[in-house]
Design a protein around this ligand. Sequence first.
Ligand SMILES: [Zn+2]
Length: 188
Amino acid sequence: MPARPLCYIALPFPTRTRMTAILKYLGAYPEQTRAQVAGLIEQDRLADVLRERYPDAHGIRTDKALYGYVQDLKDTYLRNADPVAKVAYDSKIQVVQQALGLHTAISRVQGGKLKAKHEIRIGTVFRDAPEAFLRMIAVHELAHLKEKQHDKAFYKLCCWMEPHYHQYEFDVRLYLTQLDITGERLWK
Ligand SMILES: [Zn+2]
C-alpha cells in the first residue's frame, strides 16, 4: 500500500469528490465494496478494469436500431406485456432525473378500456457503451411493463431476462462513478 498523503490538495481529484461520486452511484452497496472501488480509483485503475472487462462498444447507435433491439428482447421474454410505442436515446436523462432510463405510461381510454401507451427512454451514456450495459438498462425498463416498483418480483424478472443483471448494473454504476470523477468516456 502506498503511503496516504495527509493533505489531498495536490491530488488531481479531491477525495471529497471521489467519495461523493462513489456514494451517489454505489450508496446501496456494502461499505467493503465501496472501499474496494475507492482503492481502484486511488490507484487510477478503474478505467482499465472496466475496459478489460468490456473491450468493445455495441453498434446500436440510432433510435431505430435501439427500438429494434428493445423490441427483440420484449418479443423473446415479455411477448404478452403491453406494447411499447416508442424507444429512444435521451441526452437529458442523466442530468435532469439522476436516472439511467425512463419508462413512461400515458393512460388513455380506448374502446371503453383504459390503455397505457408505454415509452422507454434510455440515457445517451448507453449509446457509446458495451452491449452488456445497454442490455441491463433495456431489461430494467422492460421489466417495468410488468412490475412498477423496484421490489423482489421486479428484480426476479430482470434476472430472468438477463442472468448477469446485477453484475451489469454494478458495472454500469462503476462506469458512472468513473465518468463523474474524470469525465472521460471509455467507449466511443
Ligand atoms: Zn426502474
